[in-house]
Design a protein around this ligand. Structure first.
Ligand code: NAD
Length: 485
């Protein structure tokens, strides 16, 4: 019998008002049906907005300690359940168990960080004459819609929901339709931690249905979105000017290897950045720009690294790369490999679906990690986001060219530089048009307490995600008050 999961609206678990459902399947074996979830629409969103609108003022009026306590309790529950939830994350999204545990274990820290922010929100006072006191206070925005992608579904959602709640808002949460179970688990944890029942609504569904219903509903005060640029653009166009929007989007991230770098060390940095999470990270390395004298050696080394990665179900021992999350992801990666071939690129290794070569992988979305070299400068592979384990290598001549070529894309998410040349580092960090700049470490992997977000098409820069104080700017409004006697 199929497990049926429900929306949570107005303190009740409910199916979609349309009675429609969508299926959630295991990407390592699409015969494995995880369950069906409500495919919600405008009526469900209208009910969610009404419930959350009614509930948030009482939450905002509660003491900051009360809000912090709920988030601290959520952290404890999450820490206890992390390994169980990680196993479900692997089944639902495909990443390896090691990767899933890393994500799930971090969620407690996210909750703690924002619990503490509930206690730290501050206003200011301003110099004035003696007849009045002028001050600014921070207040919640109200109803916050949270729309998340599937690739790090726990991490992304808590980085939005926890600060929104800490500031005193109510939340309408629409997880990705590719990872709806992770949305369910997060809401269960928050409710068990004592969150007021009507303060959060979980509304499952496909982007084209419920996502559009969210942007069309005039009752949303703020919308925080992480996902692709194409969808971020649609959201920006659809929202009313009264709704503030935080849009965190795609990337085309480069690792630059200068001539003084150690090839082994560079290859290890690129391996983590390019092939971790099966290449499905917004900060994932998808371009390598390497000093020409090192080009051949690095291409060869990266090919060796990629060939050594064992691909298979994330639950199996020794597996270093799980499947892609969806059939569409697999098709997209294979299509980009063909584009590269058509452009004259050399597929040094990988880029093939493994369903035909290995019977154990026949029902999953497995692909071998790819290294592609000798692409022309105008190649689409060097500009467009692939979001899979595909790395394109290009030779560069010097720092000027490296900086220019790294910025030759519409995105500006993460970039990294491998060198010991301090002068190059200083210039590079100042000039590059990327929001996250790493030196001698992979483009992936970010601290939970540092601002996170890109430039250009990677983010609308409404307020950086993560990082305590900066993100709280998005979830609060400032009111200036003049007190006279
Ligand atoms: P996506 O844009 O397809 O979907 C993201 C979310 O938006 C999903 O919940 C989806 O249902 C919803 N959605 C779809 N259409 C909508 C619409 N018209 N209105 C409102 N909501 C809609 O992205 P995805 O495939 O889930 O995730 C991969 C993308 O996310 C990649 O581009 C990746 O770079 C990006 N990403 C960015 C970051 C970051 O921090 N910048 C982090 C992770 C992933």
């Amino acid at each position: 019998m199929t497990d049926s999961f429900l929306n949570y609206v107005g303190g009740q678990w409910l199916p979609a008002q349309s009675g429609e459902w969508f299926e959630d399947r295991n990407p390592a074996d699409e015969r494995d049906l995880i369950g069906q979830f409500p495919d919600s629409g405008p009526a469900d969103i209208a009910a969610a907005v009404a419930a959350v609108r009614g509930a948030w003022p009482a939450w905002a009026a509660a003491s900051p300690e009360e809000r912090a306590d709920v988030l601290f309790r959520a952290a404890e529950l999450m820490a206890k359940r992390a390994d169980d939830i990680a196993a479900e994350l692997t089944r639902e999204e495909g990443k390896t168990l090691t990767e899933a545990r890393t994500e799930a274990r971090r969620i407690a820290a996210n909750f703690r960080l924002y619990a503490s922010e509930a206690l730290h929100l501050k206003g200011e006072t301003y110099p004035s004459d003696a007849k009045q006191l002028i001050l600014s206070v921070r207040q919640p925005v109200g109803v916050v819609a949270v729309i998340t992608p599937w690739n790090v579904p726990l991490s992304m959602a808590t980085r939005k929901i926890a600060p929104a709640l800490a500031a005193g808002n109510g939340v309408i949460f629409k997880p990705s339709e590719v990872a709806p179970l992770m949305g369910q688990r997060l809401v269960e944890v928050l409710l068990e931690a004592g969150l007021p029942a009507k303060l959060i609504a979980l509304v499952q569904g496909r982007g084209a249905n419920v996502g559009r219903a969210i942007t069309a509903n005039g009752g949303i005060d703020a919308l925080t979105f992480t996902g692709s640029y194409a969808v971020g653009r649609q959201i920006a166009d659809a929202l009313s000017t009264d709704t503030r929007a935080q849009l965190e989007m795609g990337g085309k991230n480069a690792t630059i290897v200068l001539g003084d770098a150690d090839v082994e060390k560079a290859a290890a940095i690129i391996e983590r950045g390019a092939f971790g999470l099966s290449g499905q990270a917004c900060t994932g390395t998808s371009r390598v720009l390497v000093a020409r004298p090192l080009y051949d050696r690095l291409v060869e080394r990266l090919a060796g690294v990629a060939k050594a990665i064992r691909v298979g179900p994330g639950t199996a021992d020794g597996i270093r790369m799980g499947p892609l999350a969806t059939r569409a992801q697999l098709d997209k990666v294979l299509a980009y490999v063909e584009i590269a071939r058509g452009e004259g690129g050399r597929i040094v290794t990988g880029g093939t679906a493994l369903r035909d070569s290995d019977a154990a992988l026949a029902n999953g979305y497995f692909v071998s990690p790819a290294v592609i070299a000798d692409l022309p400068a105008a190649s689409r592979l060097l500009r467009e986001e692939v979001f899979g384990p595909v790395v394109a290598v290009r030779a560069i001549d010097g720092l000027d060219e490296a900086i220019a070529v790294a910025d030759e894309t519409e995105y500006g998410m993460a970039v990294s530089l491998v060198t010991n040349d301090l002068a190059a580092v200083l210039r590079f960090t100042r000039e590059t048009q990327h929001g996250i700049v790493k030196v001698n470490s992979p483009t992936t992997g970010v601290a939970l307490n540092a601002p996170f977000g890109g430039f250009k098409h990677s983010s609308n820069q409404a307020a950086k995600e993560q990082g305590g104080a900066t993100v709280m700017d998005f979830y609060t409004r400032i009111k200036s008050i003049y007190l006279g006697a």
